[in-house]
Design a protein around this ligand. Sequence first.
Ligand code: PLP
Length: 390
Amino acid sequence: MRLADRMDIIKHSGTIAMAERARELARSGKKLYNLDVGEPDFDTPEHIKRAAVEALMSGFTHYTSSLGIIELRRAIAEYLLEKRGVEANPDKEIIVTPGAKHAIYCACMATLNPGDEVLILTPTWPTHFTCVEAAGARVIEVPCGESYRLDEEMLKEKITSRTKMILVNSPNNPTGGVLGVSELKAIADIAAEHDLLVLSDEIYDEIVYDGFETRSMASFSNIRENVILINGFSKAYAMTGWRLGYAIANETIIDAMNRMQQATTTCPASFIQKAAIAALKGPRECVRRMVEEFDRRRKYVVKALNEIPGVRCVMPKGAFYVFPKLPDLGMSSLDICMRLLEEEGVSTTPGIVFGSCGEGYIRISYATSLEIIAEAIEKIKGFIERYLRM
Ligand SMILES: Cc1ncc(COP(=O)(O)O)c(C=O)c1O
């Protein structure tokens, strides 16, 4: 049996492959250090869980509007206006989706044609490549390095008559880099000048350290009509398994994304949408405490990694990842991660899955306890010293 040609593009996710191998080793009894996790290690806050249970018990268990319930869309609009200075009409400019990932998929399917080019600031989360390619468009990488800094000239040089979209992810997975206001403005101005769409994945927007000043791409009025803002509940509220995200865009794009959603999932789960209202309107102390704990770990990880011979690790400004550059061990980042897993039980993610500029790096998630992080970094240190001597 021959599968569809598009399945040559849609490969198994590199990050998931590492996690699967780690699970296999764990089943065989090996002690594992999971530094490959893309989700907070905290429990979903009580008041959010309670809202879901109450909705369930009151019988709120049927299909909803395919855009998501209007109360949630209104809560999202209020949140965006208050926190990000972004105005969105909850009737027409917001769609709630089962996870931010599905929002990205629908956005790409709704706006990209085969042959279109998408300028993606890299390194970046592999799903960005997959969704663009699944829509038949071509990925053009714009390398931003381990600090995720914009090279404005390079971005301009890569624009052709086929360029349709710029894809930005700040705060960034995997580097933890956050674009400053002037960089975001430069992207906005370039997009406005060339009438390009900007898909801005801002899912880590609540996880920013040291009061670093940033903004939503959708807050720049000159490109508000061109921006597809992606966000969700997974990271800020530790709700990864609940599967709830959303997108903000102009009415035409949201309508097209809605048709995609109707064709694929009908709507996000009903009672989970009630929980999301509680997340947005409820106490924010839980978010603050989680970010504080991530911050403590961030400082520890960066210091410990920089003490390993030949390792260079930039201090991230957001999210919960670091992206250290490793010394030359005569292996690809994929081989390094596989060997780290097999020999030391430390599960990390190879830099190459985040784009070609990620080779030579690995991604480490610090969404796990300081104790595990400390032991795992000792193991990484031993591994690097051993291979450096060879
Ligand atoms: C940049 C980025 N966007 C989106 C997501 C996924 O969000 P969701 O769980 O809402 O699908 C992730 C998850 O790792 C991510 O890193």
